[in-house]
Ligand binder design. Structure first.
Ligand code: ATP
Ligand code: MG
Length: 346
């Protein structure tokens, strides 16, 4: 069959989840081989790359003027083409050399956001080809995520997936391997971190770093009241004196600080349900909705959602890796890949 020839065997294949916060790589027969921050540190004087991934992330906010730690993706979209290419090359080379080297360039399954433009799609394709891919198969991130979460999307029933990442929240209703309805918003984990930074500045005259804010969110942040109270020190810089200072934060304050973002996520889910055909809504109410993405782990988020819209809510296993594991499934399932792959400019 032509199709078989066209796709060949994806045995040299990689799945790449390019996220606003994290980049994950799945290698066929090996599983997840890269799970690192989407950050690159560059020396502006020499244009040299100093670090990529988690190591570069640790430099965020701590670099001297001639070094910049940048994120090549914003809201799930490539915002810095050159840096993105360098980052992808680095990660794919790391995979290639760690066990065996590729005789040929890898075929790559990659995910893109739902409301991506043709230009943004082309950028993803071009960046992967520039980084050495022989063939690029583009799918919607949310489809890969649903597959990775083992949601029966091929059934003729409504399945609702809510992926809450760093830059984006994507909500989709999937039936018969196709997206029936969706909404997305640029409010997700990073917006919560910003809420916490604003709260510390306004209430404590304290300037927090991005990583500190994220740490507070993960440890004591929540969407609804917790069974036990939590608190922790927030270390930052005093706005007036410029000196390091510490203040204590309680779970109630952090819950209040991030509530605006949490409510926006809730509104996106509600708006999707409101515009979904009634037969599918009935299925969703019966089966419940599935939360994926790193921010699905925010404490009590499932509780808040299920209470607000009176619907069962399931958090997928290992929610942060669903998308890349779904790409792993696609590397093995040519028929499914053919069914959902997006047209490229090739
Ligand atoms: N335990 C936790 N509690 C709350 N938030 C968390 C937790 N663990 C991770 N996160 C958040 O999850 C987000 C990262 O999720 P994920 O890796 O799915 O995003 P991404 O794919 O990089 O971004 P996007 O899909 O939006 O482009 C970060 O904002 C991080 O702070
Ligand atoms: Mg993501």
């Amino acid at each position: 069959m032509i199709f078989k020839k066209f796709f060949g065997k994806l045995n040299k294949g990689l799945g790449i989840d390019l996220g606003s916060c994290n980049t994950l790589v799945f290698q066929r027969d090996r599983g997840i081989v890269i799970n690192e921050s989407s950050v690159v540190a560059i020396n502006n004087r020499t244009d040299q790359i100093l670090a990529i991934g988690d190591e570069a992330r640790r430099m965020l906010g701590k670099t001297p003027p001639h070094i910049t730690a940048t994120k090549p993706l914003e809201f799930g979209i490539i915002s810095d083409f050159e840096v993105a290419e360098k980052m992808i090359k680095y990660f794919t080379n790391k995979v290639n050399t760690s066990r065996f080297s590729f005789s040929a360039m890898p075929r790559i399954v990659v995910g893109v956001p739902l409301d991506v433009t043709a230009v943004e799609k082309k950028a993803v394709e071009d960046v992967l080809l520039a980084a050495g891919a022989s063939q690029v198969y583009m799918v919607e991130n949310i489809m890969a995520t649903a597959i990775g979460a083992r949601i029966p999307i091929q059934d003729p029933t409504g399945n609702m997936v809510v992926n809450i990442g760093g830059g984006l929240t994507e909500v989709a209703v999937i039936s018969l391997d196709g997206i029936v309805n969706f909404k997305s918003s640029r409010v997700a984990g990073l917006a919560m971190d910003r809420d916490i930074i604003n709260f510390a500045r306004d209430e404590f005259s304290l300037v927090l770093g991005e990583m500190v804010a994220e740490d507070i969110k993960k440890k004591i942040g929540s969407a609804a009241i917790l069974k036990e109270q939590l608190e922790m020190p927030m270390r930052g810089r005093d706005i007036l004196s410029g000196l390091p200072r510490e203040a204590r934060a309680h779970d109630g304050q952090i819950r209040e600080a991030i509530s605006k973002s949490v409510l926006k996520i809730l509104d996106t889910i509600k708006a999707t349900l409101e515009t979904t055909p009634p037969e599918l809504v009935a299925d969703i109410y019966q089966k419940g909705i599935y939360l994926t993405g790193g921010s699905a782990q925010l404490k009590e988020l499932d509780v808040l959602i299920s209470r607000s819209i009176e619907i069962p809510v399931h958090i997928a296993d290992d929610p942060q890796t669903c998308a890349v594991r779904g790409m792993g499934v696609l590397l093995d399932d040519e028929a499914l890949l053919k069914d959902i792959v997006l047209p490229t400019s090739q």
